[in-house]
Design a protein around this ligand. Structure first.
Ligand code: NDP
Ligand code: GDR
Length: 326
């Protein structure tokens, strides 16, 4: 039975990836941080077969211990300070976890496997935020990065460290440049879930308005369940590589708002949406759209959920959760 270790198991992608790997017959291990992590119960409820290891991306010895105890053939580094707005307020923490944390995992693997670096295949969660102020449209694997946030800068560091370990040590290290992907498990601090939760509560008469920042920005939004399959496919290739994972379609935050309200039969969405500079960013990523041709040709990967289906899935899930009082 192949074995995999996932950092960031409590996050949206960690949970979907754990389910995907368990379905494929893997022995799945997850790294959990903190002495009393509130999401541990969620992991135990959703993926009870995952074996838990305690550790932190800023703590090298905890990572070496997790590697020793799980003895994985595949390591998926999904852990990060992943909220872009928060990264300006916590620059040093973001750098320690999202940038240096990636290097710490790579070093832990190097120390753990001694000189046989082919023993472990590594996946790094890179991001379309690396493209920031885009230098070309659409963005592909060789588009010049121009990050616009401490988070984006940290991801660029992790991305190039991953490439460097592949080139320096011949490590099977892959980097998935994933564009925004969402789901009913998305944290409510991200705009899509904030909208789907808000729309559900407005529909059920529990709230009047949603307060948002910039409605004009455009993102390439896909479904997280599709994207974790791409992570796994990358590690099944004969060699490590870098792949853009995206739908190739772009929509504005306003489009998401309109589609979410329309789905619950509210046409006059403007009555329920207020803009507040509090949610504007010091520097914005105005438009990202990915070209996933390489992933389609080499990995045989393509998205299965459309923008409208994604919006409806999230709103329906929040309507159900709100009705049940979850
Ligand atoms: P989440 O924010 O949902 O999950 C982040 C995970 O990182 C959580 O499990 C969190 O644990 C963990 N984490 C945070 N700090 C540490 C630390 N110091 N040590 C160990 N673990 C830590 O992110 P997603 O699931 O959405 O994303 C997964 C990865 O993919 C992230 O690296 C993200 O930056 C990247 N990414 C995401 C995209 C998206 O659209 N979702 C697109 C491109 C890249 P805890 O619960 O304890 O806080
Ligand atoms: P992003 O996602 O920054 O792209 O990072 P987020 O959903 O936070 O923002 C998307 C866009 O929406 C605008 N926006 C708002 N955003 C939030 N969070 N809250 C608001 O009220 C709001 N109003 C408007 C933002 O300005 C932004 O332009 C996500 C994360 O998952 C990263 O970890 C990942 O790498 C990238 O996606 C790809």
């Amino acid at each position: 039975m192949p074995s995999a270790l996932i950092t960031g198991i409590t996050g949206q992608d960690g949970l979907y990836l754990a389910e995907t790997l368990l379905d494929k017959g893997y022995d799945v291990h997850g790294l959990i941080r903190g002495q009393n992590n509130p999401k541990l119960d969620l992991v135990r409820a959703l993926v009870p077969d995952v074996r838990i290891h305690h550790g932190d991306l800023t703590d090298l010895s905890s990572l070496i211990r997790a590697l020793r105890d799980s003895d994985p053939q595949e390591v998926y580094n999904l852990g990060a300070v992943s909220n872009v707005a928060y990264s300006w307020e916590n620059v040093a923490l973001t750098t320690d976890v999202t940038a240096k944390g990636t290097l710490t995992v790579l070093e832990a693997i190097r120390l753990h496997v001694d000189d046989d670096l082919s023993a472990i295949r590594f996946y790094q969660a890179s991001s379309s935020e690396m493209f920031g102020k885009v230098t070309e449209v659409p963005q592909h694997e060789r588009t010049l990065p121009w990050p616009r946030s401490p988070y984006g800068v940290s991801k660029v560091f992790g991305h190039y460290m991953t490439i460097n370990y592949r080139e320096s040590y011949g490590m099977h290290a892959s980097s998935g440049i994933l564009f925004n992907h969402e789901s009913p498990r998305r944290g409510p601090e991200f705009v899509t879930r904030k909208i789907s939760q808000g729309v559900a509560r407005i529909k059920l008469g529990l709230q009047d308005e949603i307060v948002l920042g910039n409605l004009d920005v455009q993102r390439d939004w896909g479904f997280a369940g599709d994207y974790v399959e791409a992570m796994w496919l990358m590690l099944q290739q004969p060699e490590g590589g870098d792949y853009v994972i995206a739908t190739g379609e772009t929509h504005s935050v306003r489009d998401f708002v309109v589609a979410a309200f329309a789905h619950v039969g509210i046409d006059d969405w403007r009555r329920h949406v207020r803009q507040d500079p509090r949610f504007m960013r010091p520097a914005e990523v105005d438009l990202v759209v990915g070209d996933a041709t390489l992933a389609r040709e080499v990995l045989g990967w393509k998205p299965t959920v459309s923008f409208r289906e994604l919006v409806e899935m999230m709103v329906d899930s929040d309507l159900e959760a709100t009705r049940q009082g979850w």
